[in-house]
Design a protein around this ligand. Sequence first.
Ligand code: SF4
Ligand code: SF4
Length: 747
Amino acid sequence: MPQSPKIAIVEPPLALSRHFIDYPWLNLLAACQMGAVLRDRGARVQVLDGLSPGGLDNDGEGLWLGQEEEKFLERLGGLRAQVVVVHLSAYLKTDWGLEWLQRVVAAVAGGARVLLAEMTAGGMHYLARDHDELASRMTGVEALLLGQCEHSLPQILSDPTPRESNSRFRLVHPQPVDLHALPPPAWDLIDAEAYFSFMRRVLSAPARQAPYPAQPVRSLPLLTGRGCPYDCIFCTSSLGLAGEGRRLRAVPLTRLAGWLERWKSDLSLERVIVLDDLANHDRRRFDGLLDLLERLRLRVEFPNGLRAELLTREQVVRLARLTGRLKVSLESASRRVQNEILGKHLPPAAVKRVARWCHREGLGLDVHLLVGLPGEHISEVRRTLSMALELYDRYGAAPLVQFPVPLPQTRLAGHADVELVRQLARDPYPAFQHRPQSLAGAPRADYLSRAVATLRRVMTERRRRKVIVNLTYLCNNHCVFCAVGDRPRRHAETSLVTKALEKYHQRGYELLDIDGGEPTLHPGLFEVIERARQLGYGKITLVSNGRRLAYRAFTNRLVASGVDEVLVSLHAHEQRLQADLTGSPDSFEQTTAGIANLLARVGDSRQVAVNTTIVRGNLPYLGELGGLLAGLGVRRWNLQLLTPFGRARGDQLPEQELLQASLLSLLAAPPGDLEIRLVNCPPCLVPGYEQLAAADFGKGARDMVFIGQPAENLQDYLSGRRRQDRRCRGCPLAFACPGWYHFPESP
Ligand code: SF4
Ligand code: SF4
């Protein structure tokens, strides 16, 4: 540069979509990196930091990141610089964000050269903007610099081509940067203490869940390399760079060591947020990076994830000590989709391996998945979602499922309607999580929405694991459909039950159901409840036929024992039918009295629910039964479909059409506003209420402890009698639903 101009790099506050992805709070890395490059070339540089004085707030229209706009504009108006470089963030919400940017540009004092620079060094969700629209809105701007600008900005400053007034801005394309010669980001150009506080405020803001913890606060973003050798169909990384420019380039570790040592001593740095698109491409180099972090006692986050197949067991062990949570991208569990559609070429087995290692090391794992790609078969979507559930159930990994969004200039955009791509570019972010798009040859959008909603629902239901102990197989009823069947009529030994409670509690089970037979007949019931409370079970539920609850002294003791919830079984609206179904003439009177006693004593009527098993005999009277329950003050009603266990027989099953009609009418207008839950109901039986029925797949997180027999996972136990058939082909819930119940005598 011929002279030493005064250059201001402006990092304006950001107007963002509520659903933005990636990490705009780390934008200051780009500003400080650019500042370092310009300063190296003799410029006098200032960074006007509009982020650090603020936080992340809900602004009604979207999220506002950074300082209040009026205060920022006032600071901007006071800038005195010959060149003003305004950071054009990839994350700005179109319309609202661009209007804001227009005001920023307009507020720059007259006489300065104004440049817009994207300064994008990486990130998979870079949004290529409509340059014509930008040009028409950003008057007074000399040039728009695309992508990474460390080369192009100094060039344009040293060779200014006079710009005619009112002419359209110049478009400057990116060039790859030599990372061997790149100076470290100049963090001294901003108030680092203010930036640390800003990050703490943002990462703990209620407006949005942060991708990594707020602590330790003294954290700086870092790019150890740029580029990516893969060419995933959805990715915008390295856009604008071709061939050699896309090659993965890295800052030499010796240079990184110098940078980190300096920030550690000058800024008391505690953690780095590594923003590379692919930080572990080279195993030996990644080992070297971990060595460096360990030597300097720095923690690390990799919010863009690591390639699972390149991670070693030893690296995961080391990462468990260095990072709060790991992220890997699987995208698809199908090798064909990986290789032929995605271009990611990642072996799915590697993700399972890493999930197993993380689980052993107690390191949380997020797994990114993508369903709905062009040319992807439904069976492949199903495989991906099944694997997501398996990773969640077996290893506690968190599957983060998204839909492919055809951002402009990606390969994916070639499979979408031009108008759709244009529309999406205005605000693509809600589509990633919530709105599958119509892509050529992709599974239908409604299929994808329902499948992903089911996965999310099932995971929510399985978040807390439950153990169900059968306390006894004795019972004072003899129900015609009893699942206990011909199991030996005896109590479990109390000491064995409490041992089982201890074992499950140690394994992280938080919820307990005490079931039977009839558990209120067991002499050790209160001892078991007491032990469960001591152990700290989060919720203790008793499942009972309710007959002993007719005795007030017993109910008083039960309520005082610390049981959190009681599920009482009542199958009929009147004495005779209840007697027929339970084999006990007194059960109607006692059970209804028991429910009334219980409701009179518990603090909250929601602690009580009634279970009804639906059979041919009581189906016509469910409305009356619901009315009776509502009259008793019951608020929760569990309708259970008959399952082929114990004494239940196929000829007790209601006709399917009648069952469906009855369920749908109860769900549409529940008697007395009862909150109905469906148990053992294939979701397809209740169109419109599938998600309600799918909540039952939470049983995958329940273990059942039998008397004198090995424990079993409840879902697996029930699935032994369920089968998918031709009706299940193409069903969006089939990855989680084991199908229809089959009674031995049914065809
Ligand atoms: S009340 Fe329950 S345990 Fe007792 S016979 Fe009926 S279904 Fe079986
Ligand atoms: S998998 Fe089969 S049984 Fe289950 S909801 Fe789908 S169609 Fe119904």
